[in-house]
Ligand binder design. Structure first.
Ligand code: PMP
Length: 455
């Protein structure tokens, strides 16, 4: 619990932090958890308390918090060449090697890569690429961006406009021209008596209708996470991408997969789009790309977009865009190692091996009368709290049920995340079966305690 002494870590954190995405009443009562280091999938706070981080930091620390290979790769690159940019035709050798590697491990046989510092910037960059491309191809009115309610694409002005969350209205966002379609969450959005196949058909029809209403010639692109992450871990309804992709193709609208969470293994394949059996026109990557050991994002253009964008840039002799730290050599060296660790040193295998245990744990906890649904893919999952399971009625939001569950978990030494009325789990890929038992045991205790309080 909170140490209220003026010189405590909690008070010092409060004194100077503008907390982002933090429930302020709860942080005032409890104080921030101030961390000093990590051990495998655990993090340790200034009081020496250990927490199993079932959220992998923010989905990204997939190799845990002290992976020696990643630390060694970072140290070696800091010794060799600690920083450079990718402007004016100069870039580090690591940057060249990472671009080769990203195209090699992408679903594309050819492609081009552009680097950013974050997932938000990668989405912004992709929107600029589309606007640049359509303008260069004589279609400057193709500017509208289609996304889905509950989709999360970041916090910069454009990526926040893409994000389908009501909280962005406090910033006066979204900007005009950002259009949100229905979240393809069958359990919540399906109508009484509607089959999942019919629901998917309705989602596809809605897309057709929106394109007809807006005019295909005004639409720049469609962005979608293969599994929605920050929306509460929402896998698409069956056949969703197979239903929408032909419609987008017919109207010349690129499909961009935002794989910031699903990229590099989370759903059991390297890409979430592989898990859902579709090939997008471009991929947005971040987070796992460096296993969270360096801030980095990347836009990976598939062959068709790569050729068209390159031609557009050749025509004006430049693509006028870039960040100071785009293609940072330390980030690239770490990413090269992270890809090796995930793909060749057993992490992806572990995701696959432990997925049945993970699903069984979620399924077991979902027997609780106050859990309406368990959902997930690979090692990302969620439990949705409900007041009434039969009618799917949520709890009064004033009860802050999911926050209470997450806070109780924290007291028990487990970090998990409240998202709406769901509790989200996305453990590091290095998690063991015994640690997974610990995770479900602690979450189970928290559910029992909190549901008894609010029942
Ligand atoms: N896209 C998705 C799917 C994400 O989950 C996130 C971050 N949670 C972002 C984009 C934004 O990434 P960043 O926080 O690095 O800007």
């Amino acid at each position: 619990m909170r140490d209220t002494a003026p010189n405590s870590w909690e008070s010092r954190a409060d004194a100077h932090s503008l907390y982002g995405f933090t429930d302020l009443p709860s942080i005032h009562a409890r104080g921030a958890v101030v961390l000093t280091h990590g051990e495998g999938p655990y993090v340790v706070d200034v009081h020496g308390r250990r927490y199993l981080d079932a959220n992998s930091g923010l989905w990204n620390m997939v190799a845990g918090f002290d992976h020696p290979g990643l630390i060694a790769a970072a140290k070696a690159q800091y010794d060799r060449f600690p920083g450079y940019h990718a402007f004016f035709g100069r870039m580090s050798d690591q940057t060249v090697m990472l671009s080769e590697k990203l195209v090699e491990v992408s679903p594309f046989d050819r492609g081009r890569v552009f680097y950013t510092n974050s997932g938000s910037e990668a989405n912004d960059t992709m929107v600029k690429i589309l606007w640049f491309l359509h303008g260069a191809e004589g279609k400057p009115e193709r500017r509208k961006i289609l996304t889905r309610w509950n989709g999360y694409h970041g916090v910069t002005v454009v990526s926040a406009s893409m994000t389908g969350k009501p909280y962005n209205s406090v910033f006066g966002l979204p900007l005009p021209g950002f259009i949100h379609l229905t979240c393809p969450h069958y359990w919540r959005e399906g109508r009484p008596g509607e089959s999942e196949a019919d629901f998917t058909r309705r989602m596809a029809q809605e897309l057709e209708d929106v394109i007809a209403r807006e005019g295909a010639d005004t639409i720049a692109g469609f962005f979608a996470e293969p599994v929605m992450g920050a929306g509460g871990v929402i896998p698409p309804s069956a056949g969703y991408f197979q239903a929408i992709q032909p419609i987008l193709k017919k109207h010349g609208i690129p499909l961009i997969a935002d794989e910031v969470i699903t990229g590099f293994g989370r759903t059991g394949h390297v890409w979430g789009s592989q898990t859902y059996d579709f090939t997008p026109d471009a991929i947005i990557s971040s987070k796992n790309i460096t296993a969270g050991f360096f801030p980095m994002g990347a836009v990976i253009l598939g062959p068709e977009l790569a050729d068209r964008v390159q031609a557009a840039a050749e025509a004006i002799e430049e693509f006028p865009h870039g960040f100071t730290a785009s293609g940072h050599p330390v980030g690239c060296a770490i990413a090269l190692k992270a890809i090796e660790v995930v793909m060749n040193e057993g992490l992806l295998d572990n995701v696959r091996a432990l997925t049945p245990r993970f699903e069984a744990g979620l399924r077991e906890l979902a027997r609780n009368p106050n859990i309406g649904e368990w959902r997930g893919k690979g090692l990302m999952g969620a439990l949705e709290a409900v007041k009434d399971k039969a009618t799917k009625t949520p709890f009064d939001s004033k009860l802050s049920v999911s926050e209470r569950i997450a806070n109780t978990c924290t007291d028990l030494g487990l970090i998990c995340r409240p998202l709406g009325q769901a509790v989200v789990l996305c453990p590091p890929f290095i998690i063991t079966e015994a640690q997974m038992d610990e995770m479900f045991d602690k979450l189970g205790q928290a559910l029992t305690k909190v549901f008894a309080e609010v029942a």
